[in-house]
Structure formats: C-alpha cells, structure tokens
Write a protein that binds this ligand. Structure first.
Ligand SMILES: Cc1cc2nc3c(=O)[nH]c(=O)nc-3n(C[C@H](O)[C@H](O)[C@H](O)COP(=O)(O)O)c2cc1C
Length: 366
C-alpha cells in the first residue's frame, strides 16, 4: 500500500491546490537547506546510482534520465530537496526577464478521476536576476536547468520585443544553469501561438544566444505537433546552432482529451491539461519526431503523463533520451522517482539492454 496515495494525498487534496503547492514548497525549502534533513530524505527515498541508467548528453552527466519538469519550482526555492528525493536533473522556471504575478486566481485545478491537473498559472515568477542569485547559492549534485519564457504582462506579446526579452532573461543565468530550456510556446502566456513559429525570428533569437558569454546547452520547448513541414523547417533553422541540444514538447493549450471527469466540471476551468490523459498523444509526438530528426545531433526529452516505470520505458523506446515529470509527483508522491528508476532498470534488464542508450528509439525504425 502506498502511504502517499492512501494517507497523504487524501489529506492534501482536501485543500486548495495552489495553497498546498505553496506550503509544500515552504517545507521542501526548509528541508532542502538542512544537511541533516537532506541526508534523511536521501536515505528514505534511496535512489541508487546505476551505470546502466547514467546519461551523458551535451557535455552533461545525468545519473539517470528522469528529471523534474518546469513549473514545480518556478523560483529555484527547492532544488536541493528535489535533488535529494532522487531526480536526475531539476528544471527551474519558467523564469522571465522581469518578475510577474501571473494570471488571476484560481489558476490551478485537479481532476483526480483522470489523474490530471489543469494549469493556467501564466508563469508567475521572481524574475531571472532574483532566481539566478538564489540558484548561485544553492549548488546541487545533478544538472540544473532553467526554463526561460517571455514576461507575462497580461497584455499580448509584442513580437518585436520578444527576442530581447529572452536574451535579457538568459544573461544572468549563463554561468549558473547547466542548461537552459527556451519555452517558445508557453500555453499560458500566448495561448500556444508563438512569435517563434516565424523561423526568421527564431533564427534571430538563436543568433543572439550564440553571442552570450558562458551559454550552456539549450533545449527548445514548443507545443507538441506532428506537422512534417513545420518540423522540417524547425530542424533546418536550428541546425547551424551547435548549442541547441534537442527538443522538449509543451502540452497544447486546452483539455481536448477523453476524460472521466464530467464536462460540466472541466469546461469552466481555464488552461492546459497535464498528466495521464496526455500520455498517448505525447508518446505519438515522440515517435513522430524521433522518426525525423538527426539522431546524432538532437536529443528528445519525453514528458506527459509519466506515472510508472512502464510509462518511462515506453517513452525511451519511442526516442526520448531524457524524461521529465510533474503531475505524477502530485498524484504518486516523491517515492515515484525511485520506483521509476528501479523499474526502468528491471525493464532494461528484462529486454537485454546493457545500457539505457541502447533502448532509445528501438520502437521507431530509422
Ligand atoms: C502546475 C503546472 C505548472 C507548469 N508550469 C510550467 C512552466 O512554468 N513552464 C513550462 O515550460 N512548463 C510548465 N508546465 C509543464 C510541465 O513542465 C510538463 O511539460 C507537463 O506538465 C507534462 O508533464 P506531466 O504530464 O508529467 O505533468 C507546468 C505543468 C504543471 C502541471
């Protein structure tokens, strides 16, 4: 019996989702700052290092492929605690050049019958400078990513300013983050439409990034799609920029999935649905992209509804070199990380893989 699912979760789910998230961050921040607490958390969750799962990508060493997705720790307050529960990398953000309050509340909703969350946060954050200062004081022993987005001013994005916004947000983080993720189509700020769908603007952005001092490897995060001509244009636009390590897929805005929760409950919730119902759509997105990309050049990060080792393994076999989750943590608790890592090891052994890299994309013929 999972103590989290049966005892902790029912208690947490009686309270407002955003308030619980805030309290969790406060506790995790305190625990993460204490050496003793970190030691005890590591002992409790016991995510062991395992050479079969170690991943080396873009010059970075990840103890295993599973990381914390952006959105949980928007301001870099709990990176130490997240590393202690066993994540193999931690992605902070989204962070923007200027601080932002995000969208009006309520902006976070649970759909327990579907193991899903609807989010309309609108990227509230303390701003890149404040987050960079905080992160500089809290080094962790796994790669640290920071996810960058344009500032949510509550007004439509001014397309001419957006490149400058992304550059200003990145500057204080270069030298602090081990990698950056550029959140090119944040569903909560631009309704999934991106100024960077224009390849000239994306080229301009990447050119400006190439001039940044201490620029770490960069992942591009954009709305999941399976449009061959858009995929081709994106890959040729990105090809001349060697610092682009690969792609992560954002969930499309909306809640267009078959759900158990009544439509009358879901319809009034503004935002983007995350978690279990997105699983198969995100799996198919991986299959599509892995089938088309230059595999020696770009690495995919798989996400969307990872809640057990089989979900993680399927995404690896569909082409993900790395994995991220968020909603699974809310529904399964922090023990999920270790369960996935142990389970992944068993599944790889069962199928005769000596190292995880051998399993990447085996279900997608070249
Ligand atoms: C509450 C919440 C907030 C999120 N905020 C961000 C964000 O600020 N930036 C971002 O790139 N992704 C954000 N995401 C998306 C996650 O990073 C991830 O891509 C997505 O949730 C799919 O994984 P999951 O099904 O395991 O949750 C958020 C997701 C949730 C649930």
């Amino acid at each position: 019996m999972s103590t989290y699912r049966h005892l902790v979760r029912p208690f947490l789910f009686r309270q407002d989702p955003e308030q619980i998230h805030e309290s969790t961050l406060k506790w995790a921040h305190r625990a993460g700052r204490s050496r003793v607490a970190r030691f005890m958390i590591r002992r409790a969750y016991r995510v062991r290092s395992n050479p079969r799962l170690a991943v080396h990508i873009a010059g970075l060493d990840f103890p295993h492929p599973l990381g914390l997705a952006a959105g949980f720790d928007k301001n870099g307050r709990v990176v130490e605690a997240m590393a202690a529960i066993g994540f193999g990398h931690v992605e902070v953000g989204s962070v923007s050049a200027e601080a932002s309050e995000g969208n009006p509340r309520p902006r976070l909703f649970r759909l327990p019958a579907d193991e899903a969350i609807v989010v309309n946060y609108g990227v509230p954050n303390d701003g890149a400078h404040a987050v960079a200062d905080r992160l500089a004081q809290t080094p962790i022993d796994v790669p640290l990513g920071v996810n960058i987005v344009e500032t949510n001013t509550g007004r439509p994005t001014v397309e001419e300013d957006v490149v400058d916004e992304f550059v200003r947000a990145a500057r204080p983080l270069c030298g602090v983050a081990d990698y950056l993720t550029l959140n090119l189509n944040c569903p909560n700020t631009t309704a999934g439409v991106s100024p960077f769908d224009d390849m000239e603007r994306l080229t301009h952005l990447l050119h400006e990034y190439s001039q940044l001092e201490n620029l770490p490897p960069v992942w591009l995060k954009f709305t999941a799609h399976r449009d061959a001509s858009r995929a081709e244009s994106l890959m040729s636009c990105v090809a001349p920029f060697p610092f682009v390590a690969g792609f992560i897929f954002n969930l499309p805005p909306g809640k267009d999935y078959p759900l158990r929760t009544a439509t009358s409950v879901v319809a009034p919730m503004p935002g983007t649905l995350c978690g279990a119902p997105t699983r198969s759509m995100m799996d198919e997105t991986l299959r599509f992209w892995y089938g088309r990309l230059d595999r020696s050049r770009f690495k995919l990060v798989g996400s969307g509804g990872i809640a057990d080792p089989e979900d993680a393994y399927r995404k690896i076999r569909l082409g993900a070199s790395m994995l991220q989750l968020y909603t699974g943590l809310v529904y399964e608790g922090p023990g999920l990380v270790g369960r996935i890592i142990d389970g992944l090891d068993q599944l790889l052994r069962r199928d005769g893989f000596v190292h995880i890299s051998e399993a990447v994309g085996v279900d997608v013929p070249a």
